[in-house]
Design a binder for this molecule. Structure first.
Ligand SMILES: C[S@@+](CC[C@H](N)C(=O)[O-])C[C@H]1O[C@@H](n2cnc3c(N)ncnc32)[C@H](O)[C@@H]1O
Length: 235
């Protein structure tokens, strides 16, 4: 299991992340609205929420008519998601660095939100996403924008570990994730057989200005997250 999965296994951090990200500017008024607008109509679709945390995206997907399977490597997050989602969503304890406990060609959409930047290697999980998607299925993933992490590394062009102290989730906590240059994101997607439909650099919503004016002003001119829209092979 990856280092960051163990990080989110701390029940206090998991609960703090769940509480804060439910209403904060970065998730609730920036990333989630942009992802949901991009997903569009999900009615009657089978959707995998890969890296579901406490289930914010899963709840939206289920409320909008999707059949959702969610997974997370953190037991604490899986517990919170099951408490929150009840019968609405099947929540699995599973690690994206391992083969996924899903049948080939069993979902229409894979959503992986703000999770892949915890993984050094994207090839294995992207291959698994391609395997479980039906032909012509859709992968929507959000990740740290390389513009945001470039200042933390000595070489923009390489995949590099970044350490950061978070202070917005209870006691200060050291978090590690990976800076990944844009060309690697694209190359890994193409190598896994995906076609790119689009890459999006969303703008914060007006609500973000209310919730955190400083962060909203920053994200208006400096992208925080990148959202990738890709399609699996049509065979
Ligand atoms: C920042 S949270 C984002 C979660 C959620 N998608 C959201 O937008 O609120 C990252 C999540 O990825 C999960 N995660 C990290 N590494 C993982 C892995 N290897 N396999 C599955 N989940 C992982 C963590 O446990 C955590 O719940």
């Amino acid at each position: 299991m990856s280092g960051s999965s163990r990080l989110y296994d701390d029940p206090e951090l998991a609960a703090a992340y769940a509480r804060v990200s439910a209403t904060n500017a970065a998730n609730a008024a920036y990333e989630r609205p942009a992802v949901h607008a991009l997903l569009g109509d999900v009615r009657d679709l089978d959707v995998l929420d890969a890296g579901c945390a406490a289930g914010e995206h899963s709840a939206w997907l289920a409320q909008h008519g999707a059949r959702v399977v969610a997974l997370d490597a953190s037991e604490a997050m899986v517990r919170l998601a099951r408490e929150r989602l009840g019968e609405l969503v099947r929540v699995l304890h599973a690690d994206l660095t391992q083969p996924l406990p899903l049948e080939d060609r069993s979902v229409d959409v894979v959503l992986s939100s703000l999770t892949l930047h915890y993984l050094e290697d994207w090839c294995a999980p992207l291959r698994e996403f391609a395997r479980v998607l039906r032909p012509g299925g859709r992968l929507v993933l959000s990740t740290h924008h390389p513009f945001m992490t470039a200042g933390d590394v000595d070489d923009y062009h390489a995949v590099r570990l970044v350490e950061e102290t978070w202070r917005g989730f209870g006691a200060p906590v050291l978090v590690t994730f990976y800076h990944r240059p844009l060309h690697r994101i694209v190359a890994d997607l193409l190598a896994a057989g995906f076609t790119l439909r689009g890459m999006h650099e969303p703008q914060p919503t007006a609500e973000a200005d209310v919730r955190d004016p400083k962060l909203a002003a920053r994200f208006r001119t400096e992208p925080g997250f990148l959202i990738v829209d890709a399609e699996s092979a049509r065979r």
